[in-house]
Design a protein around this ligand. Structure first.
Ligand SMILES: Cc1cc2nc3c(=O)[nH]c(=O)nc-3n(C[C@H](O)[C@H](O)[C@H](O)COP(=O)(O)OP(=O)(O)OC[C@H]3O[C@@H](n4cnc5c(N)ncnc54)[C@H](O)[C@@H]3O)c2cc1C
Length: 364
């Protein structure tokens, strides 16, 4: 069975890995295709915290999170955890209201608790509440090249290719359009050459699928040399004297600071005004970061969607009679690291079912 995973960010790479790990390589011909690979994906820009919004989770979402947590727990116990940028980190998320609900996933992270009086008074004056917990950090900039290598060794092909706009929209037109254009030809070839296409194209899905529910939230993040920062601190809500919603996250070798979430903004150029805003916010809380050495500033587009699209779609080319299965897995917003490993397991389950179905058919 020929399977192609489109996208080489955290969602594509975890999907590809879990497909080969859970389904085995026998009878599976796997390829990963994307126009950008590490270090140039949005996932490489992410700080890497396993953390999520406090909004209500569905049963299915909670299952993804449990699977993701289980997988990372297993990875943490391997000797290569440091090589893939995986470690545990403690830290605070603070907010400006006292009536916020605890998140549904609070029992998945370790040692979840509300801040003490000392923390509220001395560390975060003005903030009303929040939580402290220990959770995973996974730095994609280290994990993705490792995953790529692992896929190579598992005999998965990796191809660099730009998919044309409208790729997923056009197949049904194949039979009603006589004017063959390059997008049609490309789509036709991709569809005819594969049995399963796993669509993990992040923000790119908006154009490829024509899904206008996918919108960017532009982020800008500064990597600094601040080895004295040992925790993760995320400040949310409008504070009377702290500009923006800054965060600081101690990483594997460096510290990341950020806090930019610009809904609907597409440009990826580094904006010096954003850099200033991030530094203003964070140095109000941590004066020790004034004059910190800046190593780089990067931007990325979080693929926001009301809900993650993880579902199977069947498309049929009436000319050839060929049916192709598409598994969409995109729209992981600002939390792709946390979701991806769990969503990837569901993708692998879907692929396994299709493989079994095909082998039953060929036995008949
Ligand atoms: C500043 C910032 C900080 C963040 N911090 C965190 C964090 O701490 N924790 C967390 O969980 N998340 C964080 N995120 C969010 C996280 O980065 C995203 O949720 C995640 O990267 C989405 O992964 P993805 O694989 O869907 O997308 P991407 O990483 O963007 O990968 C998409 C892939 O699809 C390919 N593709 C798209 N369109 C096409 C096309 N037309 N042709 C060919 N290939 C195509 C791309 O080349 C790429 O390989 C952060 C994001 C930003 C911007």
């Amino acid at each position: 069975m020929k399977v192609v995973v489109l996208g080489a960010g955290i969602v594509g790479m975890t999907s590809a890995l879990r497909i080969v790990e859970d389904c085995g390589t026998a009878g599976l011909d796997m390829t990963v295709m994307a126009d950008k690979f590490s270090p140039n994906t949005t996932s490489d820009v992410a700080a890497g915290v396993w953390s999520l919004p406090r909004s209500k989770m569905t049963k299915r979402e909670m299952q993804w999170l449990r699977w993701s947590h289980e997988y990372l727990t297993a990875l943490l116990k391997t000797p290569y955890a440091p090589e893939i940028g995986l470690f545990l980190q403690s830290g605070w998320t603070m907010w400006m209201h006292v009536d916020e609900q605890d998140p549904d996933w609070k029992d998945l992270v370790q040692g979840y608790r509300h801040p003490t009086k000392w923390e509220l008074t001395n560390l975060f004056p003005g903030y009303k509440d929040g939580f402290f917990c220990t959770t995973f950090m996974l730095e994609s900039r280290l994990f993705l090249p490792w995953a790529e290598n692992r896929l190579w060794t598992l005999v998965c092909q990796i191809q660099s290719l730009t998919m044309p706009i409208g790729l997923f929209v056009l197949l049904p037109l194949m039979t009603i359009s006589n004017s063959v254009n390059s997008v049609l030809l490309f789509s036709l070839k991709l569809y005819l050459d594969h049995d399963i296409i796993v669509n993990c194209t992040g923000i790119g899905a908006r154009d490829l699928v024509g899904d206008t529910k996918v919108v960017p939230s532009r982020g800008q993040i500064i990597t600094v040399k601040a080895p004295w920062i040992k925790h993760r601190i995320e400040l949310t809500g409008i504070h009377p004297s702290i500009p923006g919603c800054p965060y600081v996250i101690s990483g594997h070798s460096h510290t990341r600071i950020g806090g930019i979430r610009q809904h609907g903004r597409w440009d990826l150029s580094v904006d010096p005004r954003d850099t200033e805003k991030i530094l203003d916010g964070i140095t109000t809380v941590f004066p020790s970061l004034k004059n910190v050495e800046i190593l780089n500033v990067k931007t990325g587009l979080r693929p926001m969607r009301e809900e993650i699209r993880l579902e199977r779609e069947e498309k049929r080319d009436n000319l050839s009679g060929k049916t192709v299965q598409i598994i969409h897995n995109y729209g992981h917003g600002g939390n792709g690291i946390a979701w991806s490993f769990g969503c990837a397991k569901e993708v692998a389950i879907m692929v396994k079912q299709l493989l079994q179905k095909q082998s039953t058919k060929s036995r008949l």
